[in-house]
Design a protein around this ligand. Structure first.
Ligand code: OXD
Length: 312
């Protein structure tokens, strides 16, 4: 029985992935694409942005496991074999790293570090007044496992935290929750720093266009660490130019890698990172992947499985 690992050319650690998955699954023949050997032996594929079209070459595939939190990179394969379970990666180390990323930018914006960086370039000594965290509201779009973790870590710093999601949810501790299209405007109007961690689905694509982003109070900040297709990049640039949005920290983009021609690269109020907000940790993710494969081999369902109705 073989498991094939296939990662994008921008991940340079495929050998490390192989080593950890092999350690966790000693009985499995772990291979790395394109060295897939006898295609009939491949029962599992663990992937981050595999070359589209390859999955249909494995006639005995039992499941596809994402090496990242999202599965849109798998679903976008036009030749995706039908009726196979697609397993998302929920890994505590990834969630923790995303909390760090979110907190980093919340503090960068909240404590005016973006202004001090500009002041340093002009050799300007000017103390900006400070705002208390309880007087600043952070709104999080997407309150699954990752969004909830981020919310709790920001609540712990004393900020007011709101959440928005497509569906109603029960208690979320100190996070005030809004849901559905009707409550999106209310949520945005109360949000000073917006964090997006929504998955990309039919319902979330382009959900933040000019008319929605304008509902944020003037001077708001944006941290996009969910998916690029959710925040409309052209509208974001317009609102940055108009000063309605002060700055944006962008980790994800409509097109990745971000084209060298994108005006986002050189905008003075846009901070770019190359999709690193939550880098999957090979050692801990291999444990999660191995546990899911054992579940499948024991006739149980892996967790969490992609839900076609919810779209994530
Ligand atoms: C993702 C990830 O799904 O980085 O974007 O895990």
């Amino acid at each position: 029985m073989a498991l094939l690992i296939s990662v994008s050319e921008f991940w340079e650690d495929e050998k490390v992935w192989r080593q950890w998955v092999q350690t966790e699954l000693p009985e499995m023949d772990v291979r790395v694409y394109p060295d897939d050997g006898d295609v009939n032996e491949i029962k599992y594929v663990a992937t981050w942005k595999h070359p589209h079209g390859i999955l249909k070459q494995y006639p005995n595939l039992k499941a596809i496991l994402s090496l990242g939190a999202g599965v849109d990179h798998i679903l976008s394969d036009p030749d995706l074999p039908e009726d196979l379970p697609i397993v998302r990666l929920v890994d505590p180390k990834l969630t923790h790293e995303m909390c760090f990323h979110a907190l980093h930018w919340v503090l960068h914006f909240h404590s005016d570090h973006f202004l001090y960086m500009k002041q340093q370039m002009d050799k300007k000594w000017k103390q900006q007044g400070s705002i208390q965290p309880e007087d600043r509201t952070v709104g999080i779009m997407g309150l699954g496992n990752i969004g909830r973790g981020i919310g709790d870590s920001i609540v712990n710093q004393g900020f007011k935290v709101l959440g928005w999601g497509a569906n109603q949810k029960s208690s979320l501790g100190d996070i005030q929750y809004f849901f559905g299209d009707e409550q999106l405007g209310d949520f945005l109007e109360k949000t000073d720093i917006l964090i997006n961690v929504l998955p990309l689905t039919e319902g979330t694509t382009n959900i933040l266009r000019k008319q929605e982003l304008q509902r944020l109070p003037r001077g708001a900040f944006i941290i996009n660490m969910g998916r690029g297709g959710i925040v409309n990049e052209t509208d974001l640039l317009t609102l940055l130019e108009e000063g309605h949005i002060t700055a944006a920290a962008m980790d994800v983009f409509e097109e990745e890698p971000l084209s060298v021609n994108s005006p986002l690269w050189s905008h003075p109020s846009v901070y770019i990172t190359p999709h690193i907000a939550g880098q999957s940790n090979p050692q801990s993710s291999a444990k999660t992947i191995a546990a899911n494969i054992r579940r499948i081999e024991d006739g149980k369902l892996p967790f969490p499985i992609y839900n076609i109705t919810k779209g994530y």
